[in-house]
Design a protein around this ligand. Sequence first.
Ligand code: HEM
Length: 423
Amino acid sequence: MKVPFLGDTLEYMRSPVDWARDRYDRFGPVSTVPMFAVRMTVALGPDATEEVLLNRDKAFSNGGGWERFIGPFFHRGLLLLDFDEHLHHRRIMQQAFLPARLGAYRERMTPAVARELASWPVSARFEAYPAVREMIFNLTSEVLTGSGLGAEADEVNRLFEACLRASTGAVRFRFPGLSWSRGLAARRRLETIFGAWVAERRAAGGPADNLLSMLCAAATDDGDRFTAQDVVNHMILLLLAARDTSTIALSTIMYYLARHPEWQQRCREDGSALELVRKEALRLAPPLPHLVRRVVRPTSVLGHPLAVGSYVQTIPQFNHHMHELWTNPMAFDPMRFSEERAEDKVHRYAWLPFGGGVHKCIGMHFAGMVVDAVMRELLERFEWSVEAGYEIPWNRRGLPFPADGLPVRLTSRHRSHGIAPAH
Ligand code: HEM
């Protein structure tokens, strides 16, 4: 049964791939359906995805699309800027993501990874997802904002959570005490805290081994720099863009390696196997399963006209599961990414966990660095498994995450630690 206002939302959230497959078979790659309380045109498959993401006639707005879903809490972050202004900001931000910078972030992160994982208790029932989330929050706080923030770092985490809860909550209007108003208040407080940090960093300089200092200092060859308010806006969006995506990616890799112990062992022995597994996990469970845009000038996708003001959604997760593109797409098979098989090369928009076009993830290599640093240490310290037949029950309100916390049996590879009894 459909709830009129929500349209197909619940069916979609239950199983995005099955829902999209049904539409694709019945209506083809482009069709319009009421969902998420708007009339949504869904652009399915690699050709339709390519037209939307390449956005050749600048008809699709990112800001207009995402603002509807994540609210005003991440206002003027890079993801929400459009066209020339977006390009201008992206050129400056790019300076903070150059390979040499990533090396500095990696150096800062490596000892922190060991410290974080040393606190994981071996256990017959260890909830991996909340532990990964906490670890990623700590690691990214360190690399995004620099150390020495102490109690303020905790406050930033709390405020950020309030923004996140408000942006994914069901209640979407301002009323004292409700999550939307709490989110707006949290955003204001975040602006004050980050504003003070920016002033401090700009006055005193400091080591360029964290993103905040880098954004304060970043300048293009033409001398363009961010204003203090720009840095604040970008930092708040970066927290959103970096943390939950990396947490989901890592949790999913852990899940597949738990279900496939032969791959777990292979990754321990051969670093290149980990790369194949990372790609396969991002194919099966992309942290951003769909991308949304709003039409700002009359246009069409594969010949289907779209009206100004309407919304368009591409679903990378569907492309990742199309039997037209992949052999046995539901199966975990990292070798499909090997040079010999290279199934992802069949179409540029067959595999796109980081999106495509001008808004393609600017933190893609940063994310690779985080995942790599954590997985290597994890594989060295621990072995983990799940019960036979276990499958993640995904919660798809907001970004997808394991509703049960992803319980694993975690054992130490170093004999001195015993297994604690299950609680
Ligand atoms: C596995 C982890 C990650 C995944 C799967 C991921 C995925 C994506 C995707 C699909 C987009 C495009 C959104 C769109 O077109 O509407 C995007 C954009 C973005 N990502 Fe990531 N991301 C990850 C990690 C990160 C990290 C670690 C950072 C920063 C340190 C980051 C920063 C950004 C930013 C700033 C944008 C907006 C880019 C723009 O609009 O020009 N992401 N990400």
